[in-house]
Design a protein around this ligand. Structure first.
Ligand SMILES: [Zn+2]
Length: 399
């Protein structure tokens, strides 16, 4: 009896495990997701922090762009390009806010950036503009050079679609930072995510029906100026074959814009005394936001739900939740033209804006500040975008 029961159990396990194994071999998206590794993601973030806070208009910012481009080429995403634009003096830090609109309508000033409600314990936030606030002498020296007005650049590479090369998804993050730290979370974490996805999609055995462009914006922290320059220079080129008959599309038609900005830190709401939990909260989530008050809100809403579905199917640890108040990141420049979403560690208006991330724009935004559970939240965002974009762009694997 006992022996027979044991045998029956072994048989059942064998029958169940064969289809499970076969499915993982057949589903190309699962294979691609498995190519994301925590240690690789961490080492790319670490690599970015060698350039300090990568502030726009400095040599450390330009060196970081050179490094990013060299990395993209080394991954096989060799068709890198740069956009050049001019930028003047740094303005006072600009936060897009809905409060003026709501104040004019006679409402209480509880409305945060993006039109969100601020609830619960709200801790003040701000930007550190004092270079001497960095206690680490090495990092203080690295971040010492001030920004100078002049030419700016930003870099991208493109996975060209095999069937529809003239249509693309934009997968992006801003590579500049502020605050006199290492800008590890804001936004080494998003930059590394985009670079890791470029690496995986550039693999010679990966084919996509549609194109995917991996863009690392500059000048986000000064008011989304890098994304603005891209839209200004390139929106009009969309979908045009150039030269005619060549099959080449310098600016494929935009199908969706997916921004990544601050991926690591979801330790919850500040406590009553203003302190934060030292640990990633077990119920941490990837926040996917679109802007309900934008011209492309319907398409953006649908894109957000496609991302949540991909998270359900492929992300290993953390769920994704959708919000309708996307704000204060580069996708804002696209939201009236094309489906646009941003992925973050927290909702930008209601949570980061209410003090949920004490490192935000501070000297403490250092690689060493974060633990593996933080980095793993960023990895789950990478799994979410990789799987969603693989589905949308029609990714398959060559045998
Ligand atoms: Zn940012």
């Amino acid at each position: 009896m006992t022996n027979r029961h044991t045998l029956a159990c072994v048989c059942t396990i064998a029958i169940l495990s064969i289809p499970a194994l076969a499915q993982s071999q057949l589903d190309p998206i699962r294979v691609l997701v498995q190519r994301l590794e925590l240690e690789k993601y961490k080492s790319t973030i670490k690599g970015l922090t060698q350039f300090g806070d990568r502030r726009q208009g400095t040599a450390r910012n330009r060196a970081a762009i050179d490094w990013i481009e060299a990395q993209l080429k080394s991954y096989g995403c060799t068709n890198t390009e740069r956009l050049t634009y001019q930028f003047g003096a740094e303005p006072p830090h600009r936060v897009l806010s809905a409060s003026a609109i709501h104040a004019a309508q006679g409402e209480e000033p509880e409305i945060g950036a993006g039109g969100t409600r601020l609830r619960g314990i709200v801790k003040p936030t701000g930007v550190n503009f004092d270079p001497l606030a960095q206690p680490d002498a090495r990092i203080r020296a690295l971040d010492a050079e001030p920004a100078v007005a002049g030419a700016r650049q930003e870099v991208w590479c493109t996975k060209i679609g095999a069937i529809h090369p003239g249509e693309m998804y934009i997968v992006s993050a801003h590579m500049d930072g502020i605050g006199f730290g290492e800008a590890a979370n804001d936004n080494g974490s998003g930059t590394a995510l985009v670079m890791e996805l470029a690496r995986i999609f550039a693999s010679p055995d990966v084919r996509t029906d549609r194109s995917i462009r991996f863009i690392l914006w500059n000048n986000e922290e000064t008011g989304l100026n890098g994304a603005h320059a891209y839209v200004e220079q390139r929106a009009k080129l969309q979908g045009k074959e150039d030269p005619a008959g060549s099959g080449r599309y310098p600016e494929p038609k935009w199908l969706g814009m997916i921004q990544h900005d601050m991926m690591l830190f979801d330790h919850g709401m500040p406590r009553a005394d203003g302190s934060l939990s030292p640990n990633q909260r077990p119920e941490a989530d990837v926040n996917i936001e679109f802007q309900a008050d934008s011209k492309a809100a319907g398409a953006s809403h649908d894109l957000a739900f496609a991302f949540q579905a991909a998270n359900e199917a492929y992300a290993t640890d953390y769920p994704a939740n959708i919000g309708s108040h996307m704000t204060n990141t580069d996708s804002h420049e696209f939201q009236d033209m094309v489906a646009s979403i941003s992925l973050r560690e927290n909702e930008r208006g209601a949570q980061i804006g209410a003090g949920w991330d004490p490192q935000w724009h501070q000297p403490t935004d250092l690689y060493a500040t974060y633990g593996d559970k933080d980095f793993r939240l960023g990895l789950n965002a990478a799994q979410t975008t990789l799987s969603a974009v693989a589905r949308l762009a029609g990714a398959t694997l060559r045998k």
